[in-house]
Design a protein around this ligand. Structure first.
Ligand code: ZN
Length: 318
């Protein structure tokens, strides 16, 4: 149970790690499958159990995720882990089904311009595609989730009306999609924007369960998580180390870092089942594998009660 004062605060929080998909898809250095599996194992050993593993997009469009089938098949050995994958179209859904994912995520942008840049479709066309995919996967045992990108604002169109996001969520609800992620693709969410969006979804798509996906582009990701918790939202996505960005969204930078999210949740009194030390090791591994520093502050500083030897720094005056 959390120590937060709002009576709406969720009693438990679910964390989904998206680093292997959202984090790696735009990295200049493409990781081989074996290295992705090393990172996945480190995240699993830290206690994480929910992973967005990859995206069944065209290997030509996103070379970093060209090993989608291989990765999903290889990941199957991890006991108790749940794997999802993004699918852009019916072909992607069939590939995901064949590879054996537990869940697929159908994604659309709340802004026409971003949707056109991202998948070369209108929002209406994307939603029509979703209906065909939902019909194709019915009875297959694969769950279908939805994700709405640029839900808190668009780098091309500016403000996105909360009603528009609510209406898209309603279409998803009507298709039988019960879990919807709101993506803050370029870090435009702020606590009041989240409140307005939450109000719209509660009114227009009351059966949808929301997951929040923040980027720390403007430094507000953790403040936004606090706002989400205060509104009663208990599902969050994050990427180890703060990996990530989006090539079709100017100014997009890293995701909320998983170790920062887990640090906050632990301090608030939530049982996450995740070891902060284990996440920091996974974050350092991610940094070594992609060959650059990652933005996570917690990975740099260590846990709050980490104690340093007195001899590790010089004394100020002598
Ligand atoms: Zn992201």
């Amino acid at each position: 149970m959390s120590i937060l004062s709002s009576s709406l605060c969720p009693s438990s929080v679910r964390v989904t790690e998206v680093g292997l998909r959202d984090g790696l898809q735009n990295e200049p250095r493409v990781l081989v499958t074996e290295d992705k599996l090393r990172l996945l194992n480190a995240l699993y050993d830290a206690g994480l159990r929910r992973f967005e593993l990859t995206s069944f997009v065209s290997p030509r469009a996103v070379p970093a995720l060209a090993d989608a089938e291989e990765l999903v098949v290889a990941a199957h050995g991890l006991d108790g882990a749940h794997f999802s994958a993004l699918v852009p179209n019916l072909r992607g859904a069939e590939r995901a089904l064949e590879a054996g994912v537990d869940r697929v995520v159908l994604f659309v942008s709340a802004s026409e311009t971003h949707n056109a840049k991202n998948v070369n479709r209108t929002i209406g066309q994307s939603l029509a595609d979703f209906e065909a995919i939902v019909a194709r996967l019915a009875g297959s045992g694969v769950e279908v989730d939805g994700a709405i990108a640029t839900a808190f604002g668009c780098p091309f169109e500016g403000e996105v009306a909360p009603e528009r996001v609510g209406q898209i969520a309603r279409r998803l609800q009507d298709m039988g999609i019960g879990d919807v992620t709101l993506g803050d693709t370029t870090g435009m969410a702020t606590p009041p924007v989240i409140s307005r969006l939450h109000e719209s979804l509660t009114r227009l798509a009351p059966e949808v369960v929301t997951t929040l996906h923040f980027h720390n582009t403007r430094g507000l990701a953790l403040a936004n998580v606090m706002q989400g918790l205060a509104l009663g939202i208990g599902r969050y996505e994050s990427a180890i180390g703060g990996l990530g960005g989006c090539p079709f969204a100017p100014g997009a930078s890293g995701n909320l870092a998983t170790e920062e999210l887990v640090y906050l949740l632990t301090e608030l009194g939530y049982e996450t089942g995740v070891s902060l030390e284990g996440l920091i090791q996974a974050s350092q591994l991610a940094s070594r594998l992609i060959g650059r520093d990652l933005p996570s502050q917690v990975a740099k500083a260590g846990p709050r009660l980490k104690r340093h030897a007195r001899s590790s720094v010089a004394t100020a005056s002598s």
